[in-house]
Design a protein around this ligand. Structure first.
Ligand code: PLP
Length: 794
């Protein structure tokens, strides 16, 4: 029998640009075998799949090294203005495939793997996700790093190297169960420890005021040990650095009370200091107020600022190395006059606002609290000069909240201290201006606010290079800039190519998922996660599913994680799985409706599930979702959106034409009007029979026969204290779903809308956001000089 065509051969036949790096194949094989032998210390008799993954990862990484060193050398010599992106979360996902794509190595690696008798997808599946984020905020940081490298900005990501990332979610008997994410267990081939750049970070202690200045003394020191991860740009030979700090106890930690037996205890106590970088807080849009979290925040900022200043001081002029001591030009090299830009994920939901209790601050960072008091005093003096004699206003506008426990309002501090604050979507900026202005400046007049900061509105976005379906990035090598127009025909496929992973992980017969008449709707961004917005919008679609008129067949897929301590969100997940158990086994419903909860939502699952969707449900109550980025990923991947006029849905409708989305429900003004009038859930419950039926079924234990009042709490919440007023949108949502069903029966019209959506998604490329940021806020220019390709491996 003749050998079947490899993917590589097939691709060679259809490739429009030819294959980059064909010559590399034999080199790659050689290096792969060399790494298997010398790095993994294995031969092919005993090597596991994971060994093969590591050998491949090291082989690919070798191609990064020369570019990485050259890029950093280039920055050192040219000394451009740097961009520093500090974040507590970098939700990177996997590195292997992205690196191969960005270095144009994926075809050659595919072929090398094939010739070695290995399956590329198998190997890729051995890589742990770098799950150092909860959701949108962390994923955005990852997309931004990607775009900053692709645009050739001298940029650095700074964060924490959590030993445990976002927990792994298991669904056990319908319930969410968390497992620790031990992602570093087998080692991480992408990172390089840099102990030579370790920095001390101080905590606790007290201040001493002397005539010549203030001293912070008797502190506890924790060392910040950096680990560098390469961030390759898209085929431009740029490799930037993400530097993540890990906490290390100093050698003398607790040893000063050395005595008999004290030594062992002191060594054991080192864990306490090192706990700072142990685990990511699994809270999205929620402020828990834990001391360890404040430690994490200060740890990353203090270590990073020291690193920035070290880099600023040492610079090269021509062939001469100098040590800079004059700091007045720091703003020219870093950020602007006040070198701080803040994203604002604040203010949409009050429970997300960081408000640190003064006592906690005083104990952990006494000197910093004094400085905050000083900033507050200057702020209040400014207010007093604008509104003389208005004592009541002064009290209201203080950065330090009085009344009950005294707290530092971090959002207000951020506005007073930053030169620009970004609203993440137009609707968010407007709400931000209105609410923050009134709270912080005591007036709707933006004058005082504008003396502190500009509130900009640069919309959020996603990287297009990795957000398009894997099948596309693999099968074509379309340059990023034209990804849009040229890739459209390749993935507009009405029947959707549902990844097998979905059909596998559930017991849905393949025939259903294959059927071309199945709209696969992914209720994702509206997903239950962590944020209450999300969790309470779920019942809208869930209860809809229970009363769905089965005129067309639907598979409803839900993805989300509940914060471990968030009871309501967990109950909603339980409700989804319970509905699935009933609906998916109901002989009358048959194959016309399936409700599937996919466990362990994360970057790699998003990459598979999102391209499979026909319909994306983005159904938060208007004014509660700041932007969303999941909505954009679905749009780019050929799903149509059913959604409210909230977050970035507004801009999506603007770009693609409102008639090409399924927009329903209250606008922000309607919600405000309803608030004034008073929201009464039972009014809708009594008036809308389908809603009543759905709620009654859930309440009566139809989905929980063994425990009829399992969902009593949820029904109670929906009927009596639903801050999100979801029933008010219910009727319109139902009608809108009928429009979806009607259009789905007309594939040509549906497809036309899909094409218009994809064509309109360009604005949501993070390359656009970053260019805009660089120009309008950071005042940095992409490097025009090309970084030459290294001949690393010759
Ligand atoms: C994009 C993304 C998110 C954010 O989704 P939203 O719908 O905007 O909340 C969360 N998690 C993962 C894994 C993502 O890829």
């Amino acid at each position: 029998m003749s050998k079947p065509l490899s993917d590589y051969d097939k691709r060679k036949q259809i490739s429009v640009r030819g294959l980059a790096g064909v010559d590399n194949v034999s080199d790659l094989k050689t290096n792969f075998n060399r790494h298997l032998h010398f790095t993994l210390v294995k031969d092919r008799n005993v090597a596991t799949k994971r060994d093969y993954y590591f050998a491949l990862a090291h082989t690919v990484r070798d191609h990064l090294v020369g570019r990485w060193i050259r890029t950093q050398q280039h920055y050192y010599e040219k000394d451009p203005k740097r961009v520093y992106y500090l974040s507590l979360e970098f939700y990177m996902g996997r590195a292997l495939q992205n690196t191969m794509v960005n270095l144009a190595l994926e075809n050659a690696c595919d072929e090398a793997a094939y010739q070695l008798g290995l399956d590329m997808e198998d190997l890729e599946d051995m890589e742990e996700d770098a799950g150092l984020g909860n959701g949108g905020l962390g994923r955005l940081a990852a997309c931004f790093l990607d775009s900053m490298a692709s645009l050739g900005l001298a940029a650095y990501g700074y964060g924490i190297r959590y030993e445990f990332g976002i927990f792994n979610q298991k669904i056990v008997s319908g319930w969410q169960v968390e497992e620790a994410d031990d992602w570093l267990r087998y080692g991480n081939p992408w990172e390089k420890a840099r102990p030579e750049y370790m920095r001390p970070v101080h905590f606790y202690g007290r201040t001493e005021h002397h005539p010549d200045g203030v001293k912070w003394v008797d502190t506890q020191v924790v060392l910040a040990l950096p680990y560098d991860t390469p961030v390759p740009g898209y085929r431009n030979n740029v490799v930037n650095t993400m530097r993540l700090w890990s906490a290390k106890a100093p050698c003398e930690f607790n040893l000063k009370d050395f005595n008999v037996g004290g030594y062992i205890q002191a060594v054991l106590d080192r864990n306490l200091a090192e706990n700072i970088s142990r685990v990511l807080y699994p809270n999205d849009n929620f402020f828990e107020g834990k001391e360890l979290r404040l430690k994490q925040e200060y740890f990353v900022v203090a270590a990073t600022l020291q690193d920035i200043i070290r880099r600023f001081k040492v610079s090269k002029f021509g062939s001469r190395e100098v040590v800079r001591t004059d700091f007045t030009c720091l703003p020219k090299k870093v950020g602007r006059a006040q070198p701080l830009d803040m994203y604002s994920w604040i203010c949409m939901l009050p429970e997300a606002l960081e408000r640190w209790p003064i006592d906690l601050f005083q104990t952990l960072l006494p000197r910093h609290l004094e400085i905050i008091y000083e900033i507050n005093q200057r702020h209040l003096e400014r207010v007093a000069s604008l509104y003389p004699g208005d004592m009541e206003r002064l009290q209201r506008m203080s950065l330090i909240e009085e009344g009950g426990m005294k707290r530092v309002n971090m959002a207000h501090l951020c506005i007073v201290g930053s030169h620009a604050v970004n609203g993440v979507a137009q609707i968010h900026s407007d709400i931000l201006k209105a609410t923050v202005c009134v709270r912080l400046c005591g007036t709707r007049d933006t004058h005082l606010l504008s003396t502190y900061t500009v509130i900009t509105s640069i919309p959020l976005s996603i990287t297009h290079s990795t957000s398009i379906p894997l099948s596309i990035t693999h099968s074509t090598s379309i340059p990023l800039s034209i990804t849009h127009s040229t890739s459209i025909p390749l993935y507009i496929n009405h029947s959707t190519s549902i990844p097998l992973s979905i059909t596998h992980s559930t017991s849905i017969p393949l025939s259903i998922t294959r059927s071309t008449s199945v709209p696969l709707s992914i209720t994702h961004s509206t997903s239950i996660p962590l944020s209450i917005t999300h969790s309470t919008s779920i019942p809208l679609s869930i209860s809809h599913s229970t009363s769905i008129p089965l005129s067309i067949t639907q598979i409803c897929v839900l993805l989300s994680q509940a914060a471990p301590g968030y009871h309501t969100a967990k109950m909603i997940i339980r409700l989804v799985t319970a509905i699935g158990e009933v609906v998916n086994n109901d002989p009358v419903v048959g194959d016309r409706l399936k409700v599937i909860f996919l466990e362990n939502y994360r970057v790699t699952l998003a990459e598979k599930a999102i391209p499979a969707a026909d319909l994306s449900e983005q159904i938060s109550t208007a004014g509660t979702e700041a932007s969303g980025t999941g909505n954009m990923k679905f749009m780019l991947n050929g799903a149509l959106t059913i959604g409210t006029m909230d977050g970035a849905n507004v801009e999506m409708a603007e770009e693609a034409g409102e008639e090409n989305l399924f927009i329903f429900g209250m606008r922000v003004e309607d919600v405000e009007a309803l608030d004034k009038k008073g929201y009464n859930a039972s009014e809708y419950y009594n008036r809308i029979p389908e809603l009543k039926l759905a709620v009654d079924q859930i309440a009566a234990g139809f989905f929980s026969t063994k425990q009829p009042d399992l969902f009593k709490g949820i029904v109670d919440m929906l009927m009596h204290h639903d801050r999100f007023k979801v029933f008010a949108d219910y009727e319109d949502y139902m009608k809108c779903q009928e429009k979806v069903s009607a259009l789905y029966k007309k594939p040509r019209e549906w497809t036309k809308k899909v094409i218009l959506n994809i064509a309109g998604s360009g604005k949501f490329s993070s390359d656009r956001t970053i260019s805009q940021y660089a120009r309008e806020i950071w005042g940095v220019e992409p490097s025009l000089e090309k970084i030459a390709a290294p001949d690393d491996l010759k």
